[in-house]
Design a protein around this ligand. Structure first.
Ligand code: AMP
Length: 417
């Protein structure tokens, strides 16, 4: 089979020119499969995470269809709606589509929370070809009648699993209820748990399914190692690893905001150029942190899972997981930050004895044991730690009389009397 090109997929000339300027030489696998389907008008469900090129996979055919049909959006109306769970992702999608569509003269706008709404209202008033939005603010503006969705004949739901994690799903359903029934819908999700599958069944019509599962995409490109280390020694190990000059651009992941702040403080005090990004930071602070990292002003970005999802920064040389994520899928998202569109990277995870089960879950998901750093074997302590398993029912009830009788014996003993 010949390798597809953007031309052979049917991408129009003005978009091809924009892609050439981006130095996109050939389509990524998800683009190769999604573009012709979406151009033909099909609904599509894509199992793919950020980093696979999925923004262009839905964005290019979307831009092309809107440009081909020059219906104008009326005041307050939207022709195509893209929903994203986080502000960062919404901004990124808006920015990418702006670049891919720069020769098309379409109107793009972004609507997101955490900033003043007046500019968003003003943009909507003139009518919008493509609106990228986070669900909460969009619903606000719809309820205030600044935005009308009745003419939005294309819908994209991006990172649907994250929508559920972040509690946006009711808002998403309310938004979908405002859209016309006759429409083209696409949904992308890194994973396909039952909730997301239900949403697909509700929202999409006979969708084509494209599965670019993370295990196949990222995991193979990323060199992965694990250090078995006591919790109290993690920070010293981090500082030690950071002495390696090959770590040019590093994301350090922590499970909690609190931990992220403490680690960033430590790094700052020890002379590292560091930015932090987590859910408690204001929109401006998050943008500022990302910009600092993107431009290389800081070498290290400390991030939590929610804030980091979808961050699109090229040339991240290393991801360090200061703790093993509770949800194994987050591991794949984290390490995916260092394997953008085909380039490899290194992911180093720290695992203390309490995280053994989480590590197992990760290894099951990526279908391999992580290499132990330094070529050591797994420390025997890891094999020895046995957490008390809940006893089977029968055994538990058998134990009860014994303990009661011990108690009785004690009370009846001469000392207790
Ligand atoms: P996405 O999954 O959409 O976040 O894209 C991940 C990264 O891949 C972004 O930095 C894109 O600019 C880049 N990218 C997307 N498509 C291509 C392509 N066909 N060739 C090279 N880079 C691409």
């Amino acid at each position: 089979m010949t390798t597809p090109t953007f031309l052979s997929l049917g991408v129009a000339e003005p978009i091809q020119r924009a892609l050439a300027a981006e130095n996109y030489l050939e389509p990524t696998p998800i683009q190769a499969r999604a573009i012709p389907l979406i151009l033909s008008g099909r609904d599509v469900v894509g199992i793919a995470q950020t980093g696979t090129g999925k923004t262009a996979a839905f964005g290019l055919p979307l831009l092309q269809r809107l440009a081909a049909d020059r219906t104008k959006a009326g005041p307050h109306a939207v022709r195509a709606l893209i929903l994203a769970p986080t502000r960062e992702l919404a901004l990124q999608i808006h920015d990418s589509l702006g670049r891919y569509g720069r020769h098309l003269g379409l109107r793009l706008a972004v609507v997101l929370g955490g900033v003043n709404q007046s500019r968003q209202v003003e943009a909507a008033r003139r009518g919008v070809d493509i609106l990228v939005a986070t669900p909460g603010r969009l619903l606000d503006l719809v309820n205030q009648k600044h935005i009308r969705l009745g003419a939005a004949t294309t819908l994209v739901i991006d990172e649907a699993d994250r929508m559920f994690d972040m509690g946006f799903i009711r808002d998403v359903r309310r938004i979908v209820a405002q859209l016309p029934r006759e429409r083209q819908s696409m949904l992308f999700s890194a994973t396909m748990p039952a909730d997301v599958a239900h949403l697909v069944a509700e929202v999409l019509r006979n969708p084509a399914r494209i599965d670019i599962s993370p295990a196949a995409v990222t995991v193979d490109l990323v060199e992965q190692r694990v250090h078995f280390v006591a919790e109290k020694d993690k920070r010293a190990l981090l500082l030690d690893l950071l002495r390696d000059h090959a770590m040019t651009r590093v994301i350090v992941f922590t499970r909690t905001k609190h931990h992220a702040n403490r680690v960033a403080e430590l790094l700052d005090k020890t002379g590292h150029r560091v930015n932090t990004i987590h859910g408690n930071k204001s929109q401006n602070a998050r943008q500022h942190a990302l910009e600092g990292f993107r431009t290389g002003r800081s070498r290290i970005l400390v991030a939590t899972d929610i804030a980091s999802r979808g961050i699109d920064i090229d040339d991240v040389s290393h991801v360090i997981n200061l703790d093993i994520p509770d949800v194994a899928e987050n591991y794949v998202h984290r390490i995916g930050r260092t394997a953008r569109a085909g380039s490899g990277g290194t992911a180093i995870s720290f695992c203390d004895p309490s995280e053994r089960e989480s590590l197992r879950a990760v290894e099951r998901l990526v279908k391999r044991p992580l290499a132990v750093a330094g070529g050591e074997r797994r420390p025997p302590v890891f094999a020895q730690i046995v957490e008390p398993k809940p006893a089977p029912k029968a055994a538990r009830s058998a134990e009860r009389p014994r303990s009661r009788s011990r108690f009785r014996n004690r009370r009846n003993s001469p000392r207790a009397a």
